[in-house]
Design a protein around this ligand. Structure first.
Ligand SMILES: Cc1ncc(COP(=O)(O)O)c(C=O)c1O
Length: 393
């Protein structure tokens, strides 16, 4: 898009010429299962609380908001204590406009020219963009064939590249794979002594765990936020967008040692979190149980959808499904023309995502009604694409 519409006379940064704005298509389609949203809108009670809190904030909009968003940070602490049994203080949490902004602030503070960041592919496609925007070099270590983290390969890459940031995602997007605590602890322990290229002796990498989807994990699995008190090199990014069903409000947050939070306070824009955003987030936290009430059902939908997908076939072979602890499933494994399946689904009013390794696609969990439409559309789409491929042979 940029190539056609951006005048060549504009002094766009050389490394951005030809780049496209990031984002999945926002199409007006009956069933949108492409951006891992929560399909359940806020209740009337939640909407009323938001109205009340935002009305109160509106009366003071001539003033800048609380830069340190102290009330909201207390709400993050309370939520993480309840949801993840993490014991944190308000100095150890920090909010921003979506976890996207949290991640950008991390790259701004800890990346930069001459610095490496390391992730584990396949993973979230925004990480290379944060790196590009902060002049950080993005590198990846491969995951195993089953998409679990290869700890030995990751540690070898840390030693070879000496990154300032190691970015791990749990559950991972687009695969849904969780990161077991012992694996995370091995990497955290290793990073406590690892070197950072170009930095002074005694400087070590931070480990960022992106837990955007963590509330969808199976009960009993711990969150990395419980390790913040133990590891000063750990930063755990979270969001209200997914399980909390608050994507439109744009609120993300981080749990980390106070030292890491203080680094983010250096790079944040002044008053980055508007009074309206803070008010809406606080209203959401007034209704935590209600906001999370559909998580169990979405987890059950994921399990039922995974079981159903595994019973389906494409080109004479069972459809593969990557084990997921999230609100989405990566499936297929051997789709020879996933673009064609995407197009056929779209014709049937269902938007999913072409993402991840070749042959795979991703669908996020919708309402029961939406999942019925998805199943029917997928069966029809696979048959159309298979038949077309067979006719070409
Ligand atoms: C792994 C991961 N991290 C972060 C985000 C960003 O979420 P938000 O900016 O809405 O908090 C997403 C969104 O899809 C994601 O998949």
């Amino acid at each position: 898009m940029s190539e056609g519409t951006i005048p060549a006379s504009l002094p766009l940064r050389n490394d951005l010429i030809g780049e496209e704005p990031y984002g999945a298509p926002q199409l007006d389609v009956p069933v949108c299962l492409n951006v891992n949203e929560n399909p359940y809108p806020p209740s009337h009670a939640v909407v009323r609380s938001i109205e009340k809190r935002v009305r109160e904030a509106a009366a003071d909009l001539n003033r800048y908001p609380d830069r340190e968003h102290k009330e909201l940070r207390q709400a993050f602490v309370d939520y993480l204590a309840k949801e993840s049994q993490a014991e944190l203080t308000t100095d150890e949490v920090w909010g921003a406009n979506g976890s996207n902004e949290i991640m950008l602030q991390l790259f701004q503070a800890f990346g930069g020219p001459g610095r490496n960041a390391l992730g584990c592919d396949p993973t979230y496609s925004m990480y290379p963009e944060y790196a590009r925007d902060t002049f950080t070099t993005w590198n990846t270590a491969p995951r195993r064939a089953d998409f679990t983290l290869d700890v030995d390969a990751t540690i070898a890459a840390i030693d070879a590249l000496e990154p300032s940031m190691v970015v791990l995602t749990s559950p991972n997007n687009p695969t849904g794979t969780p990161l077991p605590m012992p694996d995370l602890e091995r990497i955290l322990d290793h990073c406590q002594n690892a070197r950072v290229a170009g930095a002074a002796d005694g400087v070590h990498p931070i480990v960022v765990v992106d837990e955007a989807y963590i509330e969808f994990r199976d009960p009993g699995m711990p969150s990395a936020t419980t390790l913040v008190g133990t590891y000063a090199n750990l930063a755990v990014s979270r969001t209200m967008s997914k399980a909390f069903a608050f994507a439109g409000a744009r609120v993300g947050y981080i749990a980390a040692n106070k030292g890491i939070i203080d680094c983010l306070r250096i790079v944040r824009m002044p008053y980055h979190l508007s009074a309206v955003t803070q008010a809406a987030a606080l209203a959401g936290f007034d209704h935590t149980d209600e906001q999370l009430s559909q998580v169990g059902h979405l987890r059950a939908t994921r399990e039922a959808t995974a079981a159903w997908l595994k019973e389906q076939t494409y080109a004479g072979k069972p459809v593969e499904v990557a084990p997921s602890q999230s609100n989405f499933l990566m499936f297929g494994g051997h789709f020879d023309d996933r673009g064609a399946i995407f197009d056929e689904m779209l014709k049937r009013g269902v938007l999913i995502r072409v993402v991840g390794p070749e042959g795979w696609m991703r669908v996020c969990m919708g309402t029961d009604e939406e999942m019925k439409v998805f199943r029917k559309a997928l069966v029809e789409s696979m048959r159309v694409v298979e038949t077309r491929a067979a006719a070409r042979q």
